[in-house]
Structure formats: structure tokens, C-alpha cells
Design a protein around this ligand. Sequence first.
Ligand SMILES: NC(=O)C1=CN([C@@H]2O[C@H](COP(=O)(O)OP(=O)(O)OC[C@H]3O[C@@H](n4cnc5c(N)ncnc54)[C@H](OP(=O)(O)O)[C@@H]3O)[C@@H](O)[C@H]2O)C=CC1
Ligand SMILES: Nc1nc(=O)c2c([nH]1)NC[C@@H]1CN(c3ccc(C(=O)N[C@@H](CCC(=O)O)C(=O)O)cc3)C=[N+]21
Length: 218
Amino acid sequence: MDQLNNDPAVHGILVQLPLPGHLNEDLIINSIAPEKDVDGFHISNVGLLGTGQKSMVPCTPLGCLMMLRDHHGSISGMNAVVIGRSNIVGKPMAQLLLNDSATVTIAHSRTKDLPGVVKQADIVVAAVGRPEMVPGDWIKEGATVIDVGINRIDAPEKGEGKTRLVGDVHFESAAKVAGAITPVPGGVGPMTIACLLANTVTACCRANGLEEPEGLTA
Ligand SMILES: NC(=O)C1=CN([C@@H]2O[C@H](COP(=O)(O)OP(=O)(O)OC[C@H]3O[C@@H](n4cnc5c(N)ncnc54)[C@H](OP(=O)(O)O)[C@@H]3O)[C@@H](O)[C@H]2O)C=CC1
Ligand SMILES: Nc1nc(=O)c2c([nH]1)NC[C@@H]1CN(c3ccc(C(=O)N[C@@H](CCC(=O)O)C(=O)O)cc3)C=[N+]21
């Protein structure tokens, strides 16, 4: 890590999670130079984001925010429900929505009446890791649904031993009531990868005192 941190030819560093059990995740993430932390997981970037300052923004929530801004223009005043409170997705997602003046609810495994909470939402972001957990009848008519879940499930219909990817939302039923919905695959996942590249360009511009291209970050 020291070698990469000190190499001026390297502008971005990402540590793919989860790490094997014998490695201390916090220690390793926080050893990344914050200005090269293209995942935005370093505690200084988390703190900067939380206080509304310029930071590196986690790729998955950033991609979700870009889609929401693109679709709605402004999300100010909208009711947003984020299902999931992980450091990778749920918490930074809630922070970004709040910074854009949405009214934000964070739901998790202890939330009471999750269907009722989701029903209030103009924007639903599902980041749970449970295949097709959110059915269409939880969704408010016309709501925007962002499905972060990437779950591989058995697909015996495709042949023995075959699998397929599904999200945390039951797409077929939710698509009937939602105003807009992201598919899995082909939704949030590719945006995450695009945002990783965007963050790398941002980090490179900042390292070299260059003007940042418009719209690359939050
Ligand atoms: N598209 C992409 O680029 C990415 C996709 N993912 C996918 O997103 C999903 C979530 O990932 P990640 O945030 O890392 O997952 P975590 O397992 O870290 O967090 C899951 C969250 O969901 C909550 N949860 C679990 N069960 C329920 C339930 N029954 N009702 C309500 N909330 C529940 C948990 O609550 P509690 O805290 O109470 O336990 C927890 O906060 C996964 O499918 C993952 O593969 C992740 C990263 C990037
Ligand atoms: N430090 C770190 N940062 C991450 O952002 C991170 C991580 N660790 N660990 C793993 C999760 C998962 N994740 C995905 C990103 C894109 C797709 C993606 O593009 N999926 C394609 C499908 C790919 C396929 O077909 O298998 C799609 O949704 O269309 C999936 C998963 C990032 N994560």
C-alpha cells in the first residue's frame, strides 16, 4: 500500500471486499491515501461526505445518485427510503440523498412494518442482499425504484446446475407500479463500474491541479 500511495503514476486504489478473515479490513482501508481512495471508504472521506465537504464518493451510491438526478432533475423534498445500512451502500447512499435535500429513512433488519415504510417512498433504494425480497405491492404508485442487490440464484429452468442474477426487488411485479425501475443485471452494477472510472479521473485531476470535468462526482 505504501508503494502505491507514493507512486505518482497511480491515481486510484480499490481494495476489493470482502477480505479474507485474517486481514483487518479497517486497518487496510484506512492505510489508503485518502486522495487515491476511489471507493470513498477511508474514514476521512466518510467524514467529509458526512459533513457535506468535497470527498471521494463511494461508487455504488454515486451511480445511484446520478441515475436519480438524471431522471428527476432535482430530488429535493422527495421521500427516500434506503433499505440496508452497510458502510458500502446504505449509509453513504442515505448521506448523498440527504445532501440533495431528500427526506431520508434508513430501514434495516430491525425495522418495524417495512412494507408500510416502503409504501411512503417516492424513491426506494434496495441494498439488502436478499433475492427479490421487495414485492411490487410494497411500492407506491409511480415511485422510482433503484435495485442495488446482486444475488445469484439457482435457475433449473436454464438447465441443471445453471444460475441467474436477480436483484433485491421482484422486478416483474414492481415494474407494474413503479414510475421507473433499474433492472438486475444491467442497472446499478454497470453504473458502479463507470463511477469507479469517474472517481479515478477525479482523483487524477485533483492530484495534478486540473479542472474536474463537470458531473463526474456528487
Ligand atoms: N450493484 C453493485 O454495484 C453492488 C451491489 N451490492 C449488492 O447489494 C446488496 C447489499 O450489499 P451490502 O450493503 O454490502 O450488504 P450487507 O450485508 O453489508 O448489508 C445488508 C443490509 O440489509 C439489511 N437487511 C438484511 N435483511 C433484511 C431484512 N429482512 N429486512 C430489512 N433489511 C435487511 C441489513 O440489516 P442489519 O444491518 O440490521 O443487519 C443490512 O443493513 C447485496 O446484494 C450486494 O451484492 C453491493 C455492493 C455493490
Ligand atoms: N471495495 C469494493 N467496492 C465495491 O464496489 C464492491 C466490492 N468491494 N466488492 C463486491 C461488490 C459487488 N460489486 C459489483 C459491482 C458491479 C457489478 C456488476 O456490474 N454486475 C453486472 C452483472 C455481472 C454478471 O453478470 O456477473 C450487472 O449488474 O449488470 C456487480 C457487483 C461491487 N462491489
